[in-house]
Ligand binder design. Sequence first.
Ligand SMILES: Nc1nc2c(ncn2[C@@H]2O[C@H](COP(=O)(O)OP(=O)(O)OP(=O)(O)O)[C@@H](O)[C@H]2O)c(=O)[nH]1
Ligand SMILES: [Mg+2]
Length: 475
Amino acid sequence: MAETERARLRLAVVGHTNTGKTSLLRTLTRDADFGVVRDSPGTTRHVQGARLLVEGQPAVELFDTPGMEDGMALLDYLDQLAQHAGTRLDGPERIRRFLDTPESQRRFEQEARVLRQLLDCDAGLYVVDARDPVLAKHRDELAILAACGRPLLPVLNFVRSPQQRCAAWREALARLGLHASVEFDSVAPALDGEAQLYDKLALLLDGYSGLLRTLKDDIATQRERRRHDALLLIAELLVDAAAWHLATAVDEESLRNATAALRDKLRRREGRCVKALLKLYRFRTADFPQHALPLEGERWGMDLFHPQALKSVGVHVGKGVAAGAMAGATIDAFTAGMSLGAAALAGAAIGGLWQGADRLGKRLLGRVRGYRELGADDAVLRLLGLRQLDLLAALERRGHAAQEGIELPRDAGAMWLDAAGGAAAAALRKGRLPEEITLARSQPQWSTLSDDYENTPERRRAIAALARHLGDVPS
Ligand SMILES: Nc1nc2c(ncn2[C@@H]2O[C@H](COP(=O)(O)OP(=O)(O)OP(=O)(O)O)[C@@H](O)[C@H]2O)c(=O)[nH]1
Ligand SMILES: [Mg+2]
């Protein structure tokens, strides 16, 4: 379909002013930059469209419209027009007649824009602030919108507010002949919120039910794909962090310097993962203010090595200065992950028989000469994994209309475990680390942070297995 062609299904998003029409569009299109959202009436002044694509083709076009402000006066005016017409007019004829009057360019300019758009669409989504009491102005505005002769689906917004009056709204809507409605909170939509909305719409628009089903399936596929890609990003972070090592002498000052370098590197690496996850879910860095990028030193809340953060994975950092300065790093028992063959090789290297500049040989020679390898300790790896899973849970539940920053729980992993659960995630918190992480510890070349990084098939396999593991949620 060419860019200029009309999408197959056109929907006007209409309703009283300040009810969240622009917000609904942001969430349905996953575009946080769509239009202007503000907590004041009369924010949107013009009609603006956005397309939903299915397989790269425009399938549905949604139009944001200005809010209706003076439905009561307009209904009076329409009644006057009808009296003067001399003949009985049906709803759409009355509306068209109104649109030809000069008043539609003056006093009722905003309302005229809404009605013109609704007449030009296949149906309307009538957005309701479910916290509002049902008033005469709402009934009048609905009577005018209904006169356009287009199916209307009421969308009850702000349903998570304790002040919501969904029951009163449903009753009032039924009295006006609107028996189907859907609850949809654009700031924190239910995971199946879009599916419910398109299902209800399909009931009203029989001719489009196939298209709406395809759209719904496409949204579900995209969601699966995003989660899969997100888990791969998290698994890669963990492999990178577990595999990376730093050679250091073992005196206190060297260890302290090496720990500082390790922390810096891991913080940056975590930052990259955060950025990639936000991008994958089409959120901005500013949506996650807890995580300042670029990192500005040790900020409470998101610093990976803060004693409070480590405490949430069961690590109690000692009081001493040295303990604080070195928490999070560990001298690796490198040989533990070594195979028999490698151990034989090591023997050769130590004996001076090994001439090659083999990576393994060099590392072992370093050990013999009093150098050790510093790596991230288990607690840091657990924290990294749990926090990224928490972030993923938050992103999956966030609407693109949300204005407040994402906040992660101090109790690392709590959000993910609550939302998705899963044995591997629970084990990350307390239990044996997944074997892919243990394996990565003995494979420094698997880390993108190391100079001799190599993206081997084994590395890719370990990342894919770890991602599967992490996403293995109970059904
Ligand atoms: N908590 C919460 N706030 C919402 C929700 N939807 C909208 N808001 C807030 O409500 C206010 C109005 O939202 P808009 O999307 O600008 O409303 P609108 O209907 O487009 O307003 P006009 O263009 O002025 O008619 C903003 O402060 C939004 O952040 C929701 O589902 N939950
Ligand atoms: Mg608006």
